[in-house]
Design a protein around this ligand. Structure first.
Ligand code: HEC
Ligand code: HEC
Length: 337
């Protein structure tokens, strides 16, 4: 599990760059002059088992994974909203709400672990959560889901051609996880710039990226997905929780999973790909604009207040991170400022 202290920032970045550069070169086009940037381009695709991914796509969109057959994974992670629902908290079955903001499933494959508190090791384990979560999809057990899917002869036959043992939790979550490897959003303007196209971003946006590094944002929001690699204290430099008030159960962060007091208020660093579309922000969904996100980060995480002018430039840079899904610019409602 990652950790971050000021002294370790630089060391961690360099380590990350070294280890991922080697892996990255298998897929991609980082220009030599940008090869040591803390941010790296997303690959155009990942290797997938096509049959499993096709089944997984159907399951991701299948409402039968919920107790009353009203809600699919894609009912909270909407394709047309960059993989989010643009709500502070998502609505589960029977009009229930949790107390944590839904991150996008786009580029989740690059996360070191899944969920804000990292309680799922990978996408397969993650996919096992929502169907039985009482306030999300609310099923009493997998038998219930398997019974509904088994009644669908065509889909059951399709699953049978891939998995000899047919419908099982392992196979359902394996197919969904395989599909999620295709949910990546390459070719943002920033990726093009990283790949050597100097004209892909404006001088202002380039300045915003320079400031993003100067304010130490890139020490946590690092790598291909600009985050998702470590767990950090939301109250690193100032007491976010006291100043916000209204305690939430989800504020525990990583401690909720590990039970370790040292992990109180540590959250997985969100990935900032497509961030102009994935509002509202933070685990508690309290921040509605990018401008405010940058201010909050400056105060609580970087510990360096960000001036109005610098916030504007950093936000301009963040807007260059919107990529493409299946060859088209990701759709959604851009945040106001
Ligand atoms: C009721 C709305 C809802 C439904 C339905 C739902 N999710 Fe989520 N999803 C969330 C919320 C909220 C979180 C964050 C929960 C947390 O971190 O504790 C989340 C987290 C995730 C993550 C982790 C992303 C990250 O950055 O850590 C992935 C991946 C994901 N969901 C995929 C799925 C899949 C696959 C399904 C269907 C099996 C699904 N979701 C169904 C709301 C939903
Ligand atoms: C020490 C690590 C760290 C640093 C430095 C840092 N961040 Fe963050 N960032 C995080 C964590 C952790 C969160 C999630 C916090 C939460 O939800 O409680 C976050 C959340 C965000 C979000 C909201 C994303 C979302 O989907 O909810 C944005 C935008 C963001 N950071 C941008 C920045 C910028 C810009 C800077 C530099 C001014 C910065 N961050 C500095 C760790 C960091």
């Amino acid at each position: 599990m990652g950790q971050q202290t000021d002294d370790k920032d630089r060391e961690n970045i360099l380590h990350w760059v070294k280890t991922t550069r080697a892996a990255y070169y298998a897929t991609g086009p980082a220009a030599e002059k940008r090869a040591n940037e803390p941010l790296q381009p997303l690959p155009s695709h990942l290797a997938v088992d096509v049959k499993k991914a096709a089944l997984g796509e159907k399951l991701f969109n299948d409402k039968r994974l919920s107790a009353d057959s009203t809600l699919a994974c894609s009912g909270c992670h909407l394709y047309e909203k960059a993989g989010t629902d643009n709500s502070r908290f998502s609505e589960g079955i029977r009009k229930q709400f949790g107390d944590i903001n839904a991150p996008t499933m786009f580029n989740a494959v690059f996360n070191v672990r899944q969920f804000w508190d990292g309680r799922a090791a990978d996408l397969q384990e993650q996919a096992g959560g929502p169907p039985l979560n009482p306030i999300e999809m609310g099923c009493s057990g997998w038998e219930e889901i398997i019974a509904r899917l088994s009644a669908d002869e065509a889909l059951t036959a399709e699953a049978g051609t891939i998995y000899a043992d047919g419908w099982t939790v392992q196979n359902i979550t394996d197919a969904i996880a395989e599909y999620e490897k295709t949910l990546i959003t390459p070719n943002s303007r920033f990726d093009k710039w990283l790949s050597g196209d100097d004209a892909a971003i404006t001088a202002e946006e380039a300045e915003g990226y320079r400031l993003f590094k100067q304010y130490r944002c890139a020490s946590c929001h690092v790598g291909r997905s600009v985050g998702g690699q470590s767990f950090e204290y939301m109250d690193l430099k100032a007491d976010y929780f006291a100043e916000r008030g209204n305690p939430l159960n989800s504020d525990k962060g990583l401690m909720g999973f590990t039970g370790n007091q040292d992990d109180l208020h540590r959250f997985k660093v969100p990935n900032l790909r497509n961030v102009e579309l994935t509002h509202p922000y933070m685990h508690d969904g309290t921040v509605t604009t990018l401008d405010e996100s940058v201010a909050v980060m400056g105060r609580y995480l970087s510990g360096i207040p960000v001036s109005d002018g610098d916030r504007r430039l950093i936000v301009a840079f963040l807007r260059t991170l919107t990529g493409e899904f299946q060859g088209k610019t990701l759709t959604g409602t851009p945040v106001e400022r």
